[in-house]
Ligand binder design. Structure first.
Ligand code: PMP
Length: 417
């Protein structure tokens, strides 16, 4: 029998004051004693004490290289690194054998491009992207397409920031070797119907890669149910350390992929006559890895799980609605990305003002937002823009952040008239 999803309904609301206390960086003042309202979370999130402590503990007591030593510290470091793999795989509903550690989303996408797609890429083949991709999910494909004489094909977005799914479907065909698309747009906040897209691509035998950089901290990930071939994300957008990320892959695909970087730890045997390679994730983790990165990400996942991902998402959705209401009557406000169900990201401009001037004025009032093209130049070009300001919300943002943002934006508007 299907019981109602009481777990969701009875989950306690997030205690944001309690959450905020765990982020030391938030409790500072900037520019002449202005309270800090950190709204640059799509660029990177802050780290809770639990993550800071895990990193400190690792370097203070366990630091050693992994996989290569028999001494106590080497064993502890290796255990921490491999336990982190198990934890991260469980969080993503993926297998450990399909969980590869990388430097981040960017490296993970490059790995798939060079090791999975390029070896079989032929002149005239196509790689299907969308207009809302981050440069990390454009440039690696362009690089390999140039080498092989393949083509990049792009599906457009609607005026409100939704993907034009019909146009995407039309572009999926027998020549498509890879369909790579973003789960949540870092500029528009659009949440793409990734399960539906994977199902469509699979029907046509097309490989899929989902760029989950902006999704993992907000949407529960079920990699195995999704059926995608690859899914990528970065620890630093998930309250974990920078310089660390994950490629989730179907293990059978990894088994068929050649290494893409050579070095220590990715081999089975080495001789000058020839080298054989390790199986599984190790084949793609050449050199000393970011051990603390793995341990820090596992700590971040433990921490986020304890807060409740659904509670975090509900909190962020409420913040988005409050923020949109609070800035609604700012004269000349232009919003980019208004798709239904969008994530808590607001890209905006003030008519007649430069986004960089707006962002600097916000900064002077303690409000940290991002400005520029947010590594989505083609998307900005589609809207005829060179840049926008972007406010993005995370689990620790609160009503004071929103009030400060709205009042700072009004002030900026007055000053830029
Ligand atoms: N894709 C998206 C949607 C992103 O937002 C980002 C980070 N801005 C990336 C890819 C690249 O992530 P990283 O720089 O951590 O590799």
């Amino acid at each position: 029998m299907n019981a109602p999803d009481n777990a969701q309904k009875t989950q306690p609301a997030l205690d944001v004051a309690h959450v905020r206390k765990q982020f030391p960086v938030l409790h500072q003042h900037v520019h002449d004693n202005k309270r800090l309202a950190y709204l640059d979370n799509a660029a990177t999130t802050q780290k809770p004490e639990a993550v800071l402590n895990a990193l400190d503990r690792y370097y203070r007591y366990d630091n050693s290289n992994v996989h290569r030593g028999v001494h106590a510290l080497a064993a502890r470091a290796t255990q921490g690194y491999e336990q982190a793999r198990a934890r991260i795989a469980r969080f993503a509903n993926a297998s450990e054998a399909g969980t590869v550690f990388t430097r981040g989303t960017t490296e993970a996408i490059n790995l798939v491009a060079y090791s999975h797609v390029l070896p079989a890429l032929q002149p005239g083949d196509e790689i299907l992207l969308t207009e809302m991709e981050h440069h990390a999910n454009i440039v690696p494909w362009q690089l390999i397409a140039e080498r092989a004489g393949a083509r990049i094909v792009v599906a457009p977005v609607h005026e409100d920031g939704r993907l034009d799914l019909d146009a995407w479907r039309v572009r999926l065909n027998a020549r498509t070797r890879m369909a790579a698309f973003v789960h949540v747009s870092n500029t528009l906040g659009t949440v793409n119907p990734v399960a539906e897209m994977v199902a469509e691509a699979r029907k046509q035998g097309v490989s899929t890669l989902i760029d989950g950089a902006q999704a993992v901290a907000h949407i529960p990930l079920q990699f195995e149910d999704l059926g995608a071939d690859f899914y990528t994300f970065s620890a630093h957008k998930l309250y974990g350390p920078t310089g660390f990320g994950v490629l989730l892959a179907k293990p059978e695909l990894l088994a068929a992929m050649p290494p893409w970087q050579g070095g220590g730890d990715m081999i089975d045997t080495v001789s000058f006559e020839g080298t054989t390679y390790a199986d599984g994730p190790a084949r793609f983790e050449a050199g000393t890895p970011h051990i603390a990165g793995a341990i820090g990400l596992a700590a971040a996942i433990d921490w986020l799980d304890a807060q409740g991902l659904r509670a975090a998402k509900a909190h962020e959705d409420a913040l988005l609605a409050q923020a949109l209401e609070a800035i609604d009557d700012v004269p000349g406000l232009q919003l980019f990305g208004t798709a239904p169900g969008k994530a808590a990201i607001i890209a905006f401009n003030l008519e007649g003002a430069h986004a960089s001037d707006v962002s600097s004025l916000l900064d002077m009032q303690g409000v940290a937002v991002r400005v520029g093209h947010h590594c989505t130049m083609p998307l900005h070009a589609r809207f005829g823009l060179s840049g926008t300001a972007r406010a993005s919300f995370a689990i620790y943002n609160d009503a004071d952040d929103i009030a400060q943002f709205a009042s700072a934006l009004r002030k900026a508007r007055d000053m830029l008239r």
